[in-house]
Design a protein. Sequence first.
Length: 436
Amino acid sequence: MKILKLTTLIICISFISSISWALIVTDSFTETGQKNPTITTTAITLSPPVNNATPINTPVTRRPPLLAGPNEHRYKVKAGENLSSIFSKLNYSSKDLHHILHANQTGRQFAAISPGKTLIFKTTSTGDFSELHYQKSPSQIIIAKRINDTFQVETVNEEITHEINYIHTNIQTSLFIDAKKAGLSDKLIMELANIFAWDIDFALNLRKGDQFSLLFEKLHVKGKAIGSGNILTAEFINRGKTYQAVRYEESNGSASYYQPNGKSLKKAFLRTPIDFARVSSHFNLKRKHPVLNRIRAHKGVDYAASTGTRIKSTGRGKIIYRGRKGGYGRTVIVQHGQKYTTLYAHLSKYHRNQKIGSRVKQGDIIGYVGKSGLATGPHLHYEFRINGVHRNPLTVKLPSSKPIDKSKMADFKGQTTPLLAQLMHAKNSSFAENSF
């Protein structure tokens, strides 16, 4: 393994290859005999913050002992068991159980123990029950400790370390397949797709040879990986066009993704109302209707999906129609300000707790795919209108959200510039390594 030393990071580059899974991208992926892409995985360790960038590691908190000692008994919770049945089985006092569960709000969490998790019972040298430990999550332990005839219950948080990793890969089959080859979790794959969802239709527009690079967090407790954190910065090259994203966290803890110049990646509308659905019929003003068998303008886009697939409102707005509408079947129409409306048709059912006049946010579920009305099979018919005029949802230029406020630009640059520079350095280093 070759080590590249930088002033702010150490990049350890290793090469991986392999795997397959999920969502086929487009018909341009039908070639055979292709070699698996080389996937570069780079672990990055940052030194202290540069240029006022946000620190990477979380504060260290105290860690209680977890290994069972001479006066400790470990018990793995089985399906159907609760703390009461376990206390009875192990001959512990029901009075102690009552004191633990009613000590405080934290104590009540012992009533919701999960199968497969481990309890540690501690006793004194004389055999008296003294403590109970429950590992609620990899980083959180609930401890009940005897104080005279009652118990004190508290939550103790383990130290979580954030290791920054770099990954670059070329798309050969689909975003999901190739991202899994690169070692990304399902959570990070969806996060990557959501970051660029306003600009890239991953179901329709992804092509073989597209590529992505990103810096992301891996979370560890006591040296053991427990999951992934956030994507810190990413680059996606789609059909030769480069899109970049940086994560910016404000002083109140809220975070969002922006272009490096501070413009928001978010648009007022999502490009598609269903995740990774296949387009079965395009916007076409001279299409022959499959049911009526005559030329009839198709003023929207059809997405083929199984019955019950969730449908999202592509923008924030108000529901102005919710009911049956002729050949559209069950339909929802959302008004977005004075200028825009979107229509969702052929639903199997509506999302509950919504009605005409209900406000919805971008991404809220408003219904489920079906085949009501004039439909040959389950799909969503989606229309996008500007001032009442139908526009092609796949090509219409979408309005952007607000950019970073000028008063926050210095802080924004301080956080994001070092990480973007590290992403580019890691990318260039891996390319140089691959060229030998």
